[in-house]
Design a protein around this ligand. Structure first.
Ligand code: P53
Length: 479
């Protein structure tokens, strides 16, 4: 057996999920409808999540996987017991906004919704699992989209503030780690899923997206302020869909292109971590002629309430080129990029690059000097259970092992400060990008298919025992 240097004491090992991808029970106990409920599986999904096709309610002839999902709502005790069996130190999950405020603009929260999350957090605490809570993971109440236009409207800041106050006061002492917006840069790539944005004919989509982004950035700063006021022990993080861009060649034009692409994503974190709009962004807005409304108070809020830590998802690195005639892109990813010939791909065409994680960790650390948290990483793959329902997912173990190795090097050889690691979809759940169940990430198999058939029975995959050992050895035993 090869042993590796240990991770720092208290390192937060765990797994991650999101409400809309696992809870189901979309209309239980007063819950309202959200954007993430009305995105079906199939060919219309992409135009809908990107805000080009309008679907504001369930329609005939479509299947909506989030309605039932894996019914975490009805299985949370069983599922958390399994996480505890693996030795999770933390569990990253998200709040369904519409369980707390079904329409989004009510004066009082829905008690049944608050009670559900209180039960979940208490269940975690029973096993010594620290909840890490994403306040919004792609969800926005449909009512706010239909009546206010989603995050393009400044009023959303108030509704979000209201949500945050309800959560911070009710869960004081039960939750200490909060993330304000999942993958905040997703607003540029999947604006309906990211921020409830739908574009009317002839609209300046860039302007709408950056105005909505400004509202989210201000809301994030406000949430940070309130979280600290309510409980000084609260730690608030931002969340980036990360993955370094590489230049396609050493041609300086390609390097410049890669830098520009990286900035498009880092822009959000630059504001959340440093507290101001970077010059390159101001110049870009001016060049594009974007008219963005920002108040003097907004800028003060941004400056005074930067995040405590930086969290991110990492699945792959990306490639940029100045040569626009190059067309060979990676398939199946909202962040389509050029293909990297040095890397292998997953069954969904996502390129696998463990060293890219070390590079991304170092870049973020060099840029911000704030503690980091990897809150998503993993391999989406087809699992085929044997006659006993067992999945021997060595491919997933290999993927995770190689990423944990470079994470270890980033900490122990490069000195990056990393608080924790939560693998994506620790229990199989619905894919955000495609709506499939077939694209599985979990240590726990869930019997359900793309059409919604299946018993929902949970069973442990081979990776379950493996991850348990990794956590028990604090990362020294990866065999
Ligand atoms: P799925 C694309 C690229 C990077 C992160 O994705 C992404 C996406 C969305 O497809 O989203 C995050 O399920 C997101 C999760 C999502 C996960 O990556 O498409 O935060 O909600 O499930 C994996 O395989």
């Amino acid at each position: 057996m090869m042993t590796y240097q240990a991770f720092p004491e208290g390192f937060l090992w765990g797994g991650a999920t999101a409400a809309n991808q696992c809870e189901g029970a979309y209309d239980a106990d007063g819950r309202g409808l959200a954007n993430v409920d009305v995105v079906p599986i199939g060919k219309d999904r992409f135009p809908i999540i990107t805000g080009q096709k309008k679907m504001f309610d369930f329609e005939e002839g479509y299947f909506y996987p989030a309605k039932e999902s894996i019914d975490f709502y009805g299985h949370y005790k069983e599922d958390i017991a399994l996480f505890a069996e693996m030795g999770f130190k933390t569990y990253r999950m998200s709040i369904a906004w519409t369980r707390i405020f079904p329409k989004g603009d009510e004066a009082e929260p829905n008690e049944a919704g608050l009670q559900f999350y209180e039960n979940v957090f208490k269940e975690c605490r029973k096993y010594g699992i620290e909840p890490l809570v994403t306040i919004t993971h792609f969800d926005c109440p449909m009512y706010l989209i239909e009546h206010y236009g989603g995050w393009r409207n400044r009023k959303l800041i108030d509704f979000y503030e209201h949500l945050c106050r309800a959560l911070f006061t009710r869960f004081k002492g039960l939750v200490h780690y909060w993330l304000t917006f999942n993958e905040i840069n997703m607003i540029l790539h999947a604006p309906f899923m990211g921020a409830g944005l739908y574009f009317e004919e002839g609209e300046n989509a860039e302007e709408v997206k950056y105005q909505a982004a400004h509202h989210e950035l201000v809301a994030s700063a406000l949430a940070t302020k309130i979280a600290h006021e309510v409980d000084p022990d609260n730690k608030v993080g931002c969340m980036l869909a990360a993955g370094q861009y590489y230049p396609n060649t050493c041609n300086p034009d390609d390097y410049w292109e890669a830098l520009q692409e990286d900035r498009e994503n880092y822009f959000f974190i630059d504001v959340q971590a440093r507290g101001e709009y970077p010059n390159y962004a101001k110049k870009k807005f001016a060049k594009l002629g974007l008219q963005l409304e920002m108040t003097a108070e907004d800028l003060v809020l941004l400056k005074e309430h930067t995040v405590d830590f930086i969290s991110f998802s990492y699945y792959s690195s990306r490639v940029a080129s100045a040569d626009s005639s190059l067309k060979e892109t990676t398939a199946g990813n909202i962040f389509a990029s050029l293909k990297n010939p040095y890397l292998k791909s997953s069954e969904w065409g996502w390129q696998i690059d463990p060293l890219g994680l070390r590079i991304t960790l170092n870049t973020l650390w060099d840029r911000y000097q704030k503690p980091l948290f990897i809150v998503e990483n993993g391999l989406g793959a087809v699992d085929t259970p044997d006659e006993n329902g067992y999945v021997a997912d060595d491919y997933r173990i290999d993927y995770l092992r190689e990423h944990i190795k470079t994470m270890n090097q980033a900490i122990n050889e490069d000195g990056v400060e990393l608080w924790g690691y939560t693998t994506w979809g620790c229990i199989d759940l619905v894919s955000a990008g495609t709506g499939e169940m077939k694209k599985r990430y979990g240590f726990i198999y869930v019997d359900r298919d793309n059409e919604g058939n299946g018993s929902l029975k949970r069973s442990k995959k081979k990776s379950f025992a493996w991850y348990k050992k990794v956590i028990a050895s604090n990362g020294t035993d990866l065999d």
